[in-house]
Design a protein around this ligand. Structure first.
Ligand SMILES: [Zn+2]
Ligand SMILES: [Zn+2]
Length: 308
């Protein structure tokens, strides 16, 4: 096993605290990925909060005092700064432990650095504690699709410009992270993230609307991946609804996710980022409707774990 993946939040747009949504889950975007000896967290929607509780519990159980305990270390990759991808971060309890070391990477918005955006949006104005007052060590780094992020064997994080790749930059124990920017998501796009390690590939593509006839560059980016986690916010009927069409909202339909997985020859597809209006009954019905598809598809659910 190279990757251990656990879905922590699979809902799009906003969290849904409803009994009718418990089977698939109501927390917003967050996927926990354990690869080599590194914890990588894809997005920081409300799903990250329970992950934080689990990490903090294990940390407390690891020793009698803060200095004796095993520090919490993780890499958080942010696809974009819409609320459902960042709103859990101030409530991620490890940030309040002084030995915690977090490396956060995500895209800048326009001319503003990611660090400044998160600091203002999440902490200074909307939270009682500012980013500077947080006890844990949080490094917030700007990351773009022109860069490759390599997590070396000693967990050093190295950013390489895509144009400067030389074979000696990598060794087989590296975790290699690349991204693809989808511009169809208003207003600043969203980064699709690819993680590669020891011949296995995981692609996380959220808040991504497909084009008519598919997104050829994305297909190339995701080609042959072992696991594709893909935006499936809408049914086809809602996407083309004559009353309130969802075209142009920056999200895909279940059918688009299937088409993309087919063209990219993804070995496994997991639907992700469900519309908050779709309760368990609707998602169960869709699951039945798609049964005769040739693609190996699955519905992601909160707390579902898979191994690659
Ligand atoms: Zn979203
Ligand atoms: Zn978004």
């Amino acid at each position: 096993m190279v990757f251990k993946v656990k879905f922590r939040g699979v809902r799009g747009s906003y969290p849904t605290a409803k009994f009718s949504h418990l089977k698939y889950g109501g927390n917003t975007s967050c996927v926990e990925v354990n690869v080599r000896d590194r914890l990588i967290i894809l997005d920081a929607g409300t799903g990250i909060i329970e992950l934080g509780e689990n990490l903090t519990r294990d940390h407390i159980l690891s020793g009698n005092s803060t200095d004796e305990r095993t520090p919490i270390k993780a890499t958080i990759l942010i696809s974009h700064i819409h609320q459902d991808h960042i709103q859990g971060l101030p409530f991620f309890s490890p940030i309040f432990i002084k030995t915690t070391e977090l490396e956060v990477f995500g895209p800048d918005t326009g001319k503003e650095k990611l660090k400044d955006t998160l600091s203002t949006l999440l902490f200074d104005k909307g939270f009682p504690v500012s980013l500077e007052e947080i006890q844990g060590n949080i490094n917030i780094n700007s990351y773009s699709q022109r860069q490759i992020l390599v997590i070396k064997e000693n967990n050093e994080h190295v950013l390489i410009n895509a144009g400067d790749i030389k074979s000696q930059d990598f060794n087989e124990n590296d975790i290699i992270i690349t991204s693809y920017k989808t511009t169809a998501h208003p207003k600043n796009g969203s980064l699709c993230i690819k993680i590669q390690h020891r011949g296995k590939t995981l692609v996380y593509a959220t808040d991504k609307e497909c084009y008519v006839g598919s997104d050829k560059k994305f297909i190339e980016f995701a080609y042959g991946c072992d696991l594709l986690i893909h935006d499936a916010q809408y049914t086809h009927q809602d996407y083309i609804s004559p009353i309130m069409p969802k075209q142009g909202y920056g999200h895909s339909t279940f059918n688009m996710a299937i088409e993309t997985a087919k063209l990219a020859k993804a070995k496994k597809l997991y639907f992700f980022h469900y519309d908050p209006n779709y309760d368990d009954n609707i998602l169960d019905m869709l699951d039945k409707d798609f049964q005769n598809m040739t693609v190996d598809f699955n519905f992601s659910k909160e707390n579902l774990e898979i191994a690659l």
